[in-house]
Design a protein around this ligand. Structure first.
Ligand code: NI
Ligand code: MN
Length: 227
């Protein structure tokens, strides 16, 4: 059984039978988070999409407390090793695929920016396409709408799309993205954390139902779906 849990904002936890991974954990100084970084245990891998603080904030402390491996684009992986004392890293790059004990991860493009909190160069921003037990999950992560999404994520079982607007695509473009990739299920992310990215997720879900073939799944913070 594989379970996907929303940690709020762009943060996700995936539990499969023997493994637990995180994507973009942001808990400290996150007004929407219900969990603290030290409550997350038994983490094997942490995937980081890009260098902004709301995606890297808690990764080093969780990696160091759990002996977890940080997986990120080369420049960010090196930054974790050199400046955050993270011992286990895997650097990859856009378009590359990595086999891990729980499945595969492909790093996909994202249309965004990526500077690390200390001003270091973070390489290119990314998304992730995961395949776990035959289920495909596309995490668009922080991105604008772009047509190449359909080259990477067409017909995915689950798409996780930002809807918060201002820093990423908003609701209109998330509807367009859902149509473009023809996802079976779509989950909203990167909204509600602070007032500038507040969104009505039920309104978004109505639009997904009315305008696309996908099934919308709105999770509360801390809630999970079984894949
Ligand atoms: Ni960002
Ligand atoms: Mn962000």
């Amino acid at each position: 059984m594989t379970k996907l849990t929303w940690l709020s904002h762009g943060g996700w936890m995936i539990d499969s039978d023997d493994h637990r991974l995180l994507i973009d954990p942001f808990l400290t100084d996150n007004p929407a988070a219900l969990t603290s970084a030290d409550q997350l245990k038994n983490i094997d891998h942490i995937l980081i999409s890009h260098g902004h603080f709301d995606h890297v904030a808690d990764a080093a402390s969780i990696a160091n407390a759990n002996n977890a491996t940080v997986v990120a684009i080369h420049e960010i992986a090196e930054w974790f090793a050199k400046t955050q004392d993270v011992e286990s890293i895997v650097g990859m790059n856009i378009g590359g695929r990595l086999e891990l004990p729980w499945g595969t991860v492909k790093m996909t493009p994202a249309l965004h920016s990526s500077q690390l909190p200390d001003g270091s160069y973070g390489g290119e921003p990314a998304g992730f396409l995961l395949t776990i037990d035959g289920t495909s999950i596309y995490f668009a992560c922080d991105t604008a709408l772009f047509s190449d999404m359909k080259l990477y994520a067409a017909n995915v079982d689950i798409a996780v799309l930002p809807i918060g607007d201002l820093f990423t695509m908003g609701i209109d473009d998330s509807i367009a993205a859902t149509k473009l990739i023809n996802a079976k299920k779509v989950l909203p992310a990167h909204y509600g954390t602070w007032p500038p990215i507040a969104q009505d997720a039920n309104h978004w879900a109505d639009r997904v139902r009315n305008e696309t073939d996908a099934e919308p799944v709105v999770l509360e913070v801390g809630e999970s779906i079984v894949l």
